[in-house]
Design a protein around this ligand. Structure first.
Ligand SMILES: [Zn+2]
Ligand SMILES: [Zn+2]
Length: 484
């Protein structure tokens, strides 16, 4: 019955609007239905705007526009509702400017309980939220209670909860999707007129509510509610929020040596638990192959690099590395009383197979060899410049040994000789006992190295190791696992 009435009213209104728009004259009862240049009758709010205009509820701005997208103020909202109610007189005394366009509405709104009699002007200048407007409509309609369970998951805490449920049941306001109402969202002018128009239509849903419990953990259980109107077929769904776990620290197992520890958290409500690892204080990569440099008395860089390559999954021998990839330059020689030789930043100085005929090379020369062997991809990292402690924490802890430059036995370095590089012209200062090792572990007191001269997992004190490493220019290289 109501639905039919609505259709008839809409049809009559459409005719009235069309006539008004075409002829441009006012209606017999002095209500002017005008055309708003910024309201397309076909827009989602168009019918509602012209309907309310026809009822004399909205008038638009003095420049003739309606401004549908503008946020409605509470003053806009109560003025529209006051006019809709027939502009009743009221004895209430709002704290508002008597000359304002909304003064009559403000008196009515105070009497209705929609706004305070204190600072009324200030309140009315605020934006009208979805909850505010629905609350005004609810007050105006007689604060009818609804027995429906919450149709939205975000209204349980709202002081306007009852008004929102009433608005849902009376087809005045739908949610914004995903079972939410968003009570704090601001309303546009188009929205408030649409809400009011829906109230005017007067359909009250006859909801069938069904509920289904999802999940069997008491902390994770959620209820899915479905609302279907037996009269119009409208349906909506919402899910209640899960209660959630309240995890508490239940036990701590401290790390010990190379064994990691953990903290265990337990939810007393359901018994669910999870562990958070406490990293081991001592990490040693026991699986890194040890290669002694006996056969290559000055080949510590090549030996350490090949050990790292083999650990990363590459099948290469020290001899093959030296013969095919290591850039090599001349050993130190005298000419006119001056010393010359290769630049160790560019190539190995002399022969790594000779104890007296070879010196060594820097990380940059090893990088050249790796580039030749592995290509210029992301298979190795030149980590020169990083702190030894960070190399340990960031690479060794993740299972990647690091090739580092320091001194034999971490002895104090001394200036052994210097020469002019034949290729780059730089003056090279050579410090002994120059050495290259593979960093394979650490704890709070020591670093562990596969030292090509001294053995597998040899430990040197942290501070001394850092000192020698820093002195040699923080040179470091890591080879990433071949199949990373
Ligand atoms: Zn319905
Ligand atoms: Zn729980």
């Amino acid at each position: 019955m109501k639905t039919n009435m609505k259709k008839i009213i809409s049809a009559v209104l459409a005719v009235i609007i069309a006539v008004c728009l075409l002829a441009g004259f006012a209606m017999a009862d002095e209500v002017e239905v005008r055309e708003f240049p910024d309201v397309d009758a076909a827009a989602w709010y168009g019918e509602a705007v012209y309907q309310m205009c026809g009822l004399g509820v909205i008038k638009g701005y003095p420049d003739g526009r309606f401004r549908p997208d503008r946020t409605a103020t509470k003053a806009n909202a109560v003025t529209i509702l006051w006019r809709y109610s027939g502009s009743p007189e009221s004895d209430a005394e709002p704290d508002a400017d008597e000359s304002s366009y909304y003064y009559g509405a403000a008196k009515w709104a105070v009497e209705l309980g929609a706004v305070d009699a204190v600072s009324t002007d200030k309140r009315l200048s605020e934006a009208c939220t979805r909850a505010d407007f629905v609350f005004y409509l609810w007050l105006m309609s007689g604060k009818e209670a609804s027995s429906l369970p919450d149709p939205f998951s975000d209204i349980a805490e709202s002081p306007y909860r009852d008004a929102i449920v009433w608005a849902f049941e009376n087809d005045v306001a739908h949610g914004v999707g995903s079972g939410r109402f968003r009570p704090e969202n601001e309303c546009s002018r188009a929205e408030i007129v649409t809400f009011l128009s829906r109230l005017e239509a007067g359909h009250r849903h006859e909801f069938d509510v069904s509920a289904r419990i999802e999940g069997d953990n008491p902390c994770e259980v959620r209820e899915k509610r479905t609302f279907i109107c037996a009269e119009c077929g409208y349906s909506a769904e919402m899910k209640t929020r899960a209660k959630g776990h309240s995890f508490e620290l239940s036990r701590t197992v401290e790390p010990k040596g190379e064994k990691a520890g953990y903290r265990e958290y337990l939810c007393p409500g359901c018994g669910k638990s999870y562990r958070e690892e406490i990293p081991a204080e001592c990490v040693i990569l026991h699986g890194v192959e040890y290669i002694n440099q006996n056969k290559w008395p000055t080949g510590c860089e090549s030996v350490s690099t090949v050990a790292a390559l083999r650990y990363a999954g590459y099948d290469i021998s020290v001899d093959s590395f030296i013969d095919n990839y290591l850039p090599r330059g001349p050993m130190i020689y005298y000419k006119n009383g001056k010393k010359y030789g290769a630049d160790p930043a560019e190539s190995f100085v002399g022969n790594p197979r000779s104890s007296s005929g070879g010196y060594g090379c820097y990380a940059s020369a090893i990088v050249k060899a790796l580039k030749k062997y592995l290509g210029s991809g992301d298979k190795y990292l030149d980590l020169t410049g990083a702190d030894l402690s960070d190399l340990a924490e960031n690479y060794v802890r993740s299972g990647i040994p690091v090739i580092v430059w320091a001194t034999s036995g971490m002895k104090k370095p001394y200036l052994r000789t210097s020469w002019t590089a034949t290729d780059t012209g730089r003056v090279i200062k050579w410090y002994s006992p120059f050495h290259c090792l593979l960093l394979v572990g650490f704890d709070k007191d020591y670093y562990y190295f596969n030292d090509p001269q001294a053995g597998k997992e040899v430990k040197y004190a942290r501070s001394t190791s850092e000192d020698r490493f820093n002195f040699m220019g923080k040179q470091a290289i890591a080879i990433l696992p071949a199949n990373h």
